[in-house]
Design a protein around this ligand. Sequence first.
Ligand code: FMN
Length: 398
Amino acid sequence: MTKIALGVTSSIGIYKACEVLRGFQKNGARVQVVMTRNAARLVSPLLFGSLSGLSAIVDLFEEPVSRDVGHVSLAKEVSLLCVAPATANVIGKFAGGVADDFLSTLFLAARSPVLVAPAMNEAMYLHPQTQANLARLRAMGVEFVEPEKGYLACKDEGWGRLAEPQAIVREGMRLIGRTKSLKGKKVLVTAGPTREPMDPVRFLSNPSSGKMGYELAREALARGAEVVLVSGPTSLIPPPGARTELVTTAAEMQEACLRAYPGTDIVVMAAAVSDFRFKDVRPRKTGKAEVPSKLEIERTPDILALLGKKKKKGQLLVGFAAETHDIAGNARKKMAAKNADLMVANEVGQGRGFGTDDNELRIISASGPVHPTGKISKREASRVVFDHIEAALEKKRR
Ligand SMILES: Cc1cc2nc3c(=O)[nH]c(=O)nc-3n(C[C@H](O)[C@H](O)[C@H](O)COP(=O)(O)O)c2cc1C
């Protein structure tokens, strides 16, 4: 049976939490309520305990029923942590890594999807600090059911009213469903730039930050896949749960990809592999006086084309094409030349694509029309890409 942890905090919207609990139960889930101490001052834990059939947890240091550490064992058991309503306070604590009660400690221990439904007065919601906290959580992969505009308890009219319970339950069940859509599938994602050395202190590279690839790896994990992330040098923290291989050069990336390729169902080549490398790599730092006026370069291995040649029936190959002009046209040519099933094309240059948090993609399949995403966050873009991947897998299966 699916188990959900429902976090309840001390917002005036707390009365709707009973409906959220009921909604999850109607979908066949068992619900463990976790309340903050302040929430327990607004409404008795007995109400939630009676509705759920499991005593509501409030105190982190209560004598445990079993010898397991409560927040850690609950984190392992649940398929979703849903916090509804979420106060400005708890959102700030989650964003800042504060773990001073059961709910905030559970948040840090959770490996399941986390869904947060904020509820607060409009001024609190629109405060730059709250907005910064929300953005920080969004970047970590936390999902939200946005509050609505309407009549607030403080007698103001505005943003901040807790979303309707049915909308929260619908989104929660969608997230749980998503955790299974790629179960049993092995996904290889490449990310970041490569560096091609000239000598031990100089290299040829590009401004890729790796953010898109890391988001894609995160999305594949959220859908239940086994993920291998082959990453060039970035400053990002690898997503927990992925097997991450850190590489530097295109040749190393090729080697790591070839090792992971057999048995892989989906390959997403989001790395910005350097197309060239220096022909002679000098073992020692080249002094200024020794640098020749011309340096010879050569092509690096074309990893996408190589994997395209080795592609087996049932394997799905997705390429990324960073273009500065004729974006869709160039991407289509690459797709055919490299035997890829999907191409994700994006415009780069003049502040677009590289290093930013947003992306504007065009998703191209061999038969279908070009799907433009418009300007969306890399997090959202990773979802759209995997929706197309799942649709393409389904087509292959038929
Ligand atoms: C009646 C009442 C209603 C409140 N409603 C909200 C609310 O809707 N949103 C919010 O962020 N804070 C609200 N607060 C303030 C929070 O309860 C307060 O910030 C508290 O410290 C949050 O604690 P918690 O996040 O641990 O539950 C309310 C306080 C009271 C007394």
